[in-house]
Ligand binder design. Structure first.
Ligand code: DAH
Length: 337
């Protein structure tokens, strides 16, 4: 037994002496002193020996362990000094650096920013408004009576507390006019919600831009002028605007407006279905009933309002044919902008 301990010690010291890297050092440490190490096994065997032999053998094993530990310490500090001054072999310093991927703005953000920028240039200031609304702001104050089909449970997400997710950005008009006397010239952009089944042109949540201009002597010609300036800046100098009669509860008269087709410039193509025009959204002169709700004098003031879907504008601008692409966050799509 004593001989065996001595031989373990000698071979451990010899191997440690020859050790030239820290990985090998760890291996040797475990080979001799680890849980299943050679010297550790000796210690276990000592426990089963006759009592009178135990002290002698135990002392020898203890001394061997001490010697090995000392050698390990010595080799380890040697290795540390050596390795500190050397590039490890597993690291290739000639490898080019790794590029961190750079995030970018979503196409809807880009278009929203552009729209806001254009209206800002015409003196419209940006305002905010809540997405969770009351029936009053989303419908009543906008002259939309309780039996109007757009209030149907099938179109609107109602919340348990009686509030709802706004179905359009128009309630922001009311919130602004309640707080501010004319002149008012504001724009708002944000998220809206409707109970729609998603397909290529519908999504239960989507984005709108709302505009409102109220002052003395605002006319429909101002509306057309503002929309034309907007279309030209967004789509190019040749862009034209067309107004068509329509109905909205909160405007009178109401119109739908179209931009001349960006692809065929009015000649007729697939995008505009041969008409030469692209439907954009709704607008009109603010209904006197709406002015009454916010305490504006309809005899003294007039104004126009307009709304438009941001997805629709982005689809036209970038030639996108499925609205769902905006929400799937497929990198192959969003990285193109
Ligand atoms: N709120 C309308 C919608 O979601 C769009 C709209 C039409 C807004 C006419 C207006 C407007 O401000 O005057 O369909």
């Amino acid at each position: 037994m004593l001989e065996e301990i001595e031989s373990i010690k000698v071979s451990a010291i010899k191997e440690l002496q020859a050790c030239s890297d820290s990985r090998r050092l760890a291996e040797l440490k475990s080979k001799y002193l680890g849980r299943k190490g050679q010297l550790t096994r000796m210690f276990r065997a000592i426990a089963d020996m006759p009592a009178e032999q135990r002290p002698i053998v135990g002392k020898a094993a203890g001394e061997a362990k001490k010697a090995i530990l000392e050698k390990i310490k010595e080799v380890s500090s040697d290795l540390e000094t050596r390795e500190a001054g050397r590039t490890p072999a597993f690291f290739d310093v000639t490898l080019p650096g790794r590029k961190l991927p750079l995030g970018r703005k979503h196409p809807l953000t880009l278009v929203t920013e552009e729209i806001i920028y254009i209206f800002h240039g015409m003196g419209f200031s940006l305002v905010d408004g809540p997405e969770v609304e009351t029936e009053y702001y989303n419908f009543d104050a906008l002259n939309t009576p309780a039996d109007h089909p757009s209030r149907d449970i099938q179109d609107t997400f109602y919340l348990e507390n009686g509030q709802l997710l706004r179905t359009h950005t128009s309630p922001v008009q009311i919130r602004v006019m309640e707080k501010q006397r004319p002149p008012v010239r504001i724009i708002h952009a944000g998220r809206c919600y409707r109970r729609d089944t998603p397909d290529a042109t519908h999504s239960p949540n989507f984005h709108q831009v709302e505009g409102l201009y109220v002052d003395t002597d605002v006319t429909m010609a101002d509306l057309k002028g503002v929309l034309t300036t907007f279309a030209r800046q967004l789509l190019g100098r040749g862009a034209k605007v067309r107004l068509r009669p329509h109905f909205f509860p909160f405007t009178e008269p109401s119109v739908e407006y179209d931009f001349s087709c960006v692809v065929c410039e009015g000649k007729g193509c697939k995008l505009c279905e041969g008409t030469g025009w692209l439907e954009i959204a709704g607008a009109g002169m603010v209904d006197p009933n709406v002015f009454e709700k916010v305490g504006y004098d309809a005899e003294r003031y007039s104004g126009f309002a307009f709304g438009m879907g941001i997805e629709r504008i982005a689809m036209i601008k970038y030639g996108i044919d499925d609205v769902r692409l905006f929400y799937e966050n497929d990198l192959r799509f969003v990285e193109q902008f």
